[in-house]
Design a protein around this ligand. Structure first.
Ligand SMILES: Cc1cc2nc3c(=O)[nH]c(=O)nc-3n(C[C@H](O)[C@H](O)[C@H](O)COP(=O)(O)O)c2cc1C
Ligand code: SF4
Length: 276
């Protein structure tokens, strides 16, 4: 059975669906309607482009059915200034209110991650939300243990990443590494999926960008991530399933402070590569 269904009455025979398929799986039949030859079906990544691009809603694809699509309002046109403000007002939040975020709200926050691009539309990232001060403290201790080991085994590297100072500060405040966040979001993916690290970065960045709309803030947890990659105790404590690997970690919670300005950045560095 074909993956696609075409409503002949609605089909405008414009061939746009054929053009946008990233894998070139569609062709036009003799009447100018799209078709997918049976041999092509196995290669469909279910990206939904063929369905989403049809202005007549004439095409359905069982791997990404039209019934699950959301219509984009015809007058939707992103405003450049608003869009830039939205992106530029994202901040790494390092001070959190001392209150947990409800599971309901965290689910709302994480749901946006599903819509980020993923290599070959693999959508293979899973999320583990760590809650409870005791668990976060245990993880901080594991990170400190890893840092101590790094200081011993690779003192130069440890110094470059400021580890001796971070260890001292963590011992004093208990909130240097994970910043006192009430949650961390741990993304994990199949260990053999080449696109997983980049796909994770994108999905967690969607989460970071969406967080302020829910009154939340996040920050990438670089020390925790490096520890997760180098020190098995981290994944063991979180019981990350075999053959999966941690690919990204975000801290999350209610921001304690509000920002009032957009910080400056380096000027754009761009060059044009011309022929001749
Ligand atoms: C790490 C990564 C690598 C990708 N590589 C390619 C690529 O080589 N060619 C391509 O056409 N699309 C590539 N994509 C785009 C994905 O196929 C696309 O995100 C996915 O099919 C979902 O479609 P959407 O981005 O329109 O939502 C890549 C995406 C990611 C995140
Ligand atoms: S869902 Fe994507 S890959 Fe599959 S036929 Fe449509 S456009 Fe091509």
């Amino acid at each position: 059975m074909s993956l696609i269904k075409v409503d002949s009455e609605k089909c405008g025979r414009d061939g746009i669906c054929v053009e946008v398929c990233p894998l070139g799986l569609l062709s036009l039949d003799q009447e100018g309607r799209p078709q997918m030859l049976p041999a092509e079906a196995a290669f469909c990544i279910g990206c939904g482009h063929c369905v989403a691009v049809c202005s007549n809603g004439a095409l359905d694809n069982s791997k990404n059915p039209i019934s699950k699509h959301t219509a984009i309002p015809a007058d939707y046109s992103p405003d450049p200034a608003q869009s830039a403000l939205f992106l530029r007002s994202r901040r790494s939040i390092r001070h959190y209110e001392d209150k947990p975020v409800s599971r309901e709200k965290i689910l709302k926050l994480l749901d946006i991650a599903r819509f980020a691009p993923s290599g070959h539309n693999s959508q293979a990232i899973s999320y583990l939300v760590v809650e409870g001060p005791e668990n976060l403290m245990r993880l901080s201790r594991i990170i400190v243990e890893w840092m101590r080991e790094t200081v011993k085994l690779s003192p130069e590297l440890a110094k470059r990443f400021n580890m001796p100072v971070v260890i001292r500060e963590e011992e004093k405040s208990g909130a240097r590494i994970l910043r006192g966040a009430p949650h961390i979001i741990v993304a994990h993916a199949p260990a053999d999926l080449a696109a997983a690290p980049v796909s994770t970065m994108l999905s967690l960045e969607y989460v970071e960008l969406f967080a302020p709309a829910l009154g939340l803030g996040t920050c990438w947890a670089g020390y925790a991530m490096a520890c997760a990659q180098q020190f098995p105790a981290f994944s063991q404590f979180l019981k990350i399933p075999a053959r999966r690997t941690i690919t990204g970690i975000l801290m999350a919670g209610y921001p304690r402070y509000r920002y009032h300005r957009l910080p400056a950045r380096n000027p754009l560095d761009v060059a044009w590569f011309e022929t001749g």
